[in-house]
Design a protein around this ligand. Sequence first.
Ligand code: SAM
Ligand code: SF4
Ligand code: SF4
Length: 341
Amino acid sequence: MVTNHKHVFDKKDRPLRDLRISVTDRCNLRCTYCMPAEIFGRDHLFLPKSELLSFEELERLAHLFVKTFGVEKIRITGGEPLMRKDMPDLIKKLSYIPGLYDIAMTTNGLLLPVYAEKLKKAGLKRVTISLDSLNDERFKAINGRGVSVSKVLAGIEAAKQVGLGVKINMVVQKGVNETDILPMARYFKEKGEILRFIEFMDVGNTNEWKKQSVITKADIIKIFNQELPIEELEPNYKGEVAQRFRYRDGVGEVGFISSVSDAFCGTCNRARLSAKGELFTCLFASTGFDLRALLRSGQSDQEIEEAIHTVWQNRDDQYSLDRTHSKTISKNKVEMSYIGG
Ligand code: SAM
Ligand code: SF4
Ligand code: SF4
């Protein structure tokens, strides 16, 4: 166990604990709430490869976060992380970092039939797979590319077959897929997977978010209790993002990520690294600190650690809490596909 960490706390006394790394801003889907096809069309300019952090640069930064600040969990995300070639190679590099106990990935699942086995062998522990409906017509419309549900289900199956931990994320939007809540719940209860409901968030500036389009945790609990009663569970650890509930019949669990109706900024301990190596201290930030510039100008590990330390110490983000009190609705936020969900 590595013990000489410089635990760093921000202005609201929140430690730096988790790191989320976006490895690419590209995606093979165009979910309406994330990368609407009208905006992310053929002429959209994605980052060229030279702008992305290389696997060696990512490994170096991840190592610093773990060794210096005691980060124990890293989640790989995007865009669609499996669009980046050779992802198992990155996972393998990360898996050798002493003190890093958990490597997870958030993915749309489409490429898992190709990569699940290699990812597991490389040291990936868990995947969170996004699926918003079991109804083909609705799912095709939501994902913006006409991809059918069976493709994601095949990805889920591939992950399970090789022994990866699997959770499912469902973004719920009013008038879009609230009728899918119970069918999704029944299906994944039966399959033994934890389904998490994510409130539609105002990430980025392109998804035309409106508060009226949000189906809240409370709305969903009401729907459940008419047919499949659930009750709240204790969190697994402090700062857990999803609130856990179990079915009252004792079989299965669901979760809620309720950043709109019940903001959890008070315990937010996540740093985010964008695809081109900027350190963001909030999902709703407009700018990040350019760590890539330090890496590429030959700065020492110590200089980079000091920069990370300073950024975290100066952090006072609490966008979702402020939104709850209607203080801010920023118009200049980074897109989720770029910073990573
Ligand atoms: N492409 C991968 C995927 O879809 O799982 C990883 C990146 S995606 C940005 C990460 C997560 O963010 C997904 O579960 C997605 O559903 C969620 N997400 C994207 N836009 C969102 C929004 N506006 N509100 C809530 N969740 C969102
Ligand atoms: Fe792609 Fe994931 Fe965004 Fe959907 S949510 S567009 S799959 S990055
Ligand atoms: Fe963390 Fe920002 Fe989300 Fe609050 S709004 S929970 S500070 S990422």
